[in-house]
Design a protein around this ligand. Structure first.
Ligand code: KIV
Ligand code: ZN
Length: 389
């Protein structure tokens, strides 16, 4: 792995699946995991094996079919969770146990009714125990976003000594601002003894709409793994969206960050996950939303028809979308109407276009979107078209 490479840890099948009503069965998890593997993700978090017999079977089945990616199972810092995860992962070519514990004062006081010393002891014991089953052990410091940096550094140092290979720094509640999250990663990079033996990982939630920005800021400051989900699905406001962080790194090469993702599969992947989970990305969703490459106002359409780059920073083909869409509405101009008319077989003269455009506007004012068959009807019933052809 080069120093510019950011590992993509996909948690669609674990954190993403925690969305109410989006539960996946084993067959669905297998279908999605196969595609994630082809997409080029480095790690697939397949589930939380101790949580239910169904999830255990899913993690086991995914472990058997994944060819390239590391397969990961989540646990708490509880011996039985770790033992069960190791069992579920036994067929994986590259297994990883993801164990951890809450480290913020709020989690320590209210969730565990404990203290910092005991939390460190439990973290270390969990990593050591996981290490007795697999070489690759990732540790998460839950609610790291609200954890005091000095204490977080101490926890990180101790779990590295116990053998953790990856340190996950989750902004579990989506509270951090990008500069704060970036500074946290920088602080850990500069203050944790032995940090060079481990990879720092960003795991950000989207409660304030900052998950993507925070993850990128983390990578800029030295993190080399980003945890994310397809379409950004996940608990509450969701997780970092895989397609967003990947395309940010691709479209901004001066950041010197890259991934192993085959971006031309992103749109298909988004559709697949939507279909199986039964929730669709909102139309204005970056990269994969239905309107991400659609242009409907006259000024933008005119620009895009002349040159796509006037209003698009990504070539739709790069993410698996066939072409930009010129959507006809009452806000569209003549250029768009002429373009769409040509696509359905009508080469309009300037005079014809002027008249047909007026008919089109009357029609478009009464209808949200003008489709191909509407274009036929408008043109065929226009007197000027018939007179001049
Ligand atoms: O958001 C979070 O803190 C998590 C951990 C369990 C990794 O999902
Ligand atoms: Zn999470």
């Amino acid at each position: 792995m080069s120093n510019t490479n950011v590992q993509i840890f996909d948690t669609t099948l674990r954190d993403g699946e925690q969305v109410p009503g989006c539960k996946l069965n084993t067959d669905q998890k297998i279908i999605i995991a196969e595609q994630l593997d082809l997409l080029g993700v480095d790690i697939i978090e397949a589930g939380f094996p101790v949580s239910s017999p169904g999830d255990f079977s899913s993690v086991e089945a995914v472990s058997k079919i994944v060819k390239n990616a590391t397969v990961c199972g989540l646990t708490r810092s509880v011996e039985n969770d770790i033992k069960v995860a190791a069992e579920a992962l036994q067929y994986a070519k590259k297994p990883r146990i993801h164990t951890g514990i809450g480290t913020s004062d709020s989690h320590i006081k209210f969730k565990f009714r404990s203290n910092r010393e005991v939390i460190i002891e439990r973290a270390v014991a969990a990593v050591r125990y996981a290490k007795s089953f697999v070489e690759d052990v990732e540790f998460y410091a839950e609610d790291a976003g609200r954890t005091d940096n000095e204490f977080l550094a101490k926890v990180c140092e101790e779990v590295i000594k116990a053998g953790a290979t990856v340190l996950n720094i989750p902004d579990t509640t989506g509270y951090c601002l990008p500069h704060e999250y970036g500074a946290k990663i920088k602080f850990l990079k500069e203050n944790v003894k032995g940090i060079d033996k481990a990879i720092l990982s960003c795991h950000c939630h989207n409660d304030l709409g900052l998950a993507t920005a925070n993850s990128i800021e983390g990578a800029i400051n030295g993190a080399r793994q980003i945890e994310c989900t397809i379409n950004g699905i996940g608990e509450r406001a969701g997780n970092t969206a895989l397609e967003e962080v990947v395309m940010i790194m691709k479209q901004h090469p001066y950041l010197n960050l890259d991934t192993n993702i085959n971006t031309s599969m992103l749109y298909g992947m988004s559709q697949l996950v939507s279909e199986h989970m039964g929730i669709h990305a909102q139309p204005n969703k970056a990269i994969v939303g239905a309107n991400a490459f659609a242009h409907s106002s006259g000024i933008h359409q005119d620009g895009v028809i002349k040159n796509r780059e006037t209003y698009e920073i990504i070539d739709p083909k790069d993410v698996g979308v066939t072409e930009s869409a010129i959507v006809l509405t009452a806000r569209s101009g003549r250029a768009a109407l002429a373009y769409r008319a040509k696509n359905v077989g009508y080469e309009l003269t300037k005079l014809q276009l002027d008249v047909v455009y007026n008919d089109f506007l009357k029609f478009a004012d009464a209808k949200k979107e003008v489709e191909d068959n509407d274009i036929h009807n408008i043109i065929e019933s226009s007197s000027i078209y018939n007179e001049l052809r």
